[in-house]
Design a protein around this ligand. Structure first.
Ligand code: AHR
Length: 515
């Protein structure tokens, strides 16, 4: 009898062991699509302290080191991050912005009220020249979001001539030359309005489709010979009808990309604190964040119906976590702290974008500095990097690499109360030098999880890794403790028979580099 019990125990242990073998299969020989580096893009709006105080502190600022008014510390950090593209000037602000107010001698620029974000005075001291010169400093591609809601096609056409046409060709490039810039900047990305269904004009998709066609006609010339990328204001989260109508009503030879906005929010009426939250609230945010997979699948299915050759790209040009503003700050400025929860949100979302590299060609986290899920926070002369910054930096190895298909077998669950979510998310890519990088996120707030990575079609030579983890999901960097959370070398893996067995701490992000 004792013998039978012993055998049964061994067998049940073995069954448990078998069940626990969660394996990520990466097919190293099957890479077809490039992960467009623009998936790692950012967004900077005239909102709160994103531009003023965040990026720009003024040319005369003696306290904060700057180049033509742009903070040197922020430029250095963003260059290290390899920001590929930066969207500006909004957001909702864009549809109230008249770009001609922001050029020429600063003393002569008119002021306006920023009606969307706290009715504060916008003195237009940071305008087109300042933004485009800053992009050169950052070595990033500019993405200009044009005013469709309260602007005119003429304004848009003039803006393109001002930024892109050669000097001497018409009055706008001459104006640019007069204001100190001879060579055009050659801006490629142009948003034709923002959230046209809401702050951009409260339009129906049918009405916006017509307006889009009108504005897009005057982006440059009928043939778009300038190679401009025109981006239609796309759906909010699961508004599939919006995508359907736009894809149906806009001729595809005048549409290069369609945008999607999705924020992870607990409840718009009660968003909860950015740093003092419960595991329940963490779980809900991760549910909202992981919805991105379904949203992309469904929007892409509609796009595929009208554009099976995938000529029109999908840009997720606003995404991130949205919580209550920090107590004691102006609520309209959307300033929030950034914790390990945001690191999980960023890691899992970027894996989703990577895995949809065939159609998702750009994404812009909202927003770069001091607003919503920021990668950088500033306070006067001080600057800190958030956990989201560190995730984006760890992941920048995927920029312009070839996506490798990956599949998780025996997926682990993150169980919370009666609900559960997939605990592990991953994506993998191969660089031109032949390195394979695998990013893995364990979103489970409680459990260490072990997974085996099986690389099909590649030899596992040297493996190196980095990890972002912390003691509490609410942990964050602060101006007092700026380096509480930062990536560390990761050694908790074993190479066994050509597989890599990795042990993932609770709520951690790991990036493996295999040579
Ligand atoms: O990112 C903040 C705001 O969110 C943007 O201005 C708007 O486009 C969206 O609703």
């Amino acid at each position: 009898m004792k013998k039978i019990i012993a055998i049964a125990l061994i067998l049940s242990g073995f069954a448990g062991w078998l069940q626990a073998q969660t394996t990520i299969y990466v097919d190293a020989g099957q890479g077809k699509h490039t992960i467009n580096k623009n998936i790692y893009g950012h967004f900077a709006e005239h909102l709160g302290r994103c531009i003023y105080g965040g990026f720009y502190v003024g040319e005369d600022n003696q306290k904060i080191p700057n180049t033509e008014g742009v903070r040197n510390d922020v430029v250095k950090a963003l260059k290290e991050l390899k920001v590929p593209v930066l969207r500006w000037p909004g957001g909702c602000f864009a549809d109230t912005y008249h770009w001609k107010d922001g050029i020429g001698p600063k003393a002569e620029r008119p002021s306006m009220l920023n009606i969307w974000w706290g009715n504060v005075k916008e003195d237009n001291s940071f305008g087109t020249n300042e933004f485009l010169n800053m992009c050169e400093l950052l070595e990033t591609e500019p993405y200009l979001s044009a005013n469709v809601g309260s602007g005119t096609p003429q304004e848009l056409a003039d803006w393109i001539k001002y930024t892109n046409h050669p000097a001497g060709s018409s009055p706008m490039p001459d104006l640019r030359e007069k204001y100190g810039r001879k060579e055009p900047w050659k801006v490629k990305y142009w948003g034709i309005g923002n959230e046209a269904w809401g702050c951009g004009g409260n339009m129906t998709p049918e009405y916006y489709s017509n307006i889009y066609r009108q504005f897009a006609t005057f982006t440059t010339d009928w043939q778009n010979s300038d190679g401009i990328v025109r981006i239609a204001s796309g759906a909010s989260s699961s508004d599939y009808n919006w995508t359907e109508v736009l894809m149906k009503n806009i001729k595809h030879n005048m549409l290069e990309a369609i945008a999607l906005h999705h924020y992870a929010v607990i409840d718009w009426g009660n968003k909860g604190s950015a740093k003092d939250f419960t595991e329940d609230q963490y779980f809900t945010i991760m549910q909202r964040a992981l919805e991105m997979e379904e949203l992309i699948q469904k929007h892409v299915a509609i796009m595929d119906k009208y554009d099976p050759q995938k000529k029109v790209d999908l840009y997720v040009d606003e995404w991130g976590g949205w919580y209550d503003s920090e107590p004691g700050t102006n609520g309209a400025f959307l300033y929030q702290q950034n914790t390990m929860r945001d690191a999980m949100l960023a890691g899992a979302t970027l894996n989703i974008f990577n895995n949809h590299a065939d159609r998702v060609k750009m994404a812009n986290i909202a927003q770069a500095v001091n607003v919503l899920q920021a990668v950088i926070l500033t306070e006067g002369e001080k600057m800190i990097l958030t956990p989201t910054y560190h995730v984006m930096k760890m992941y920048n190895v995927h920029q312009d690499a070839t996506l490798l298909p990956s599949e998780i077998h025996n997926a682990l669950l993150y169980n919370h109360g009666k609900e559960s979510l997939p605990a592990i998310s991953c994506s993998a890519s191969k660089t031109t030098a032949g390195d394979i990088n695998i990013s893995i996120v364990n979103i489970d707030a409680q459990k260490t999880n072990t997974v085996t990575v099986n690389l099909k079609g590649a030899k596992v030579g040297t493996v190196k890794g980095s990890v972002l983890k912390s003691g509490k999901i609410q942990d964050h960097n602060s101006f007092e403790k700026p380096d509480l959370i930062k990536p560390a070398a990761y050694n908790d893996f074993k190479v066994e028979g050509g597989n890599i067995k990795v042990t993932l701490p609770p709520f951690s992000v790991v990036v493996l580099n295999v040579k």
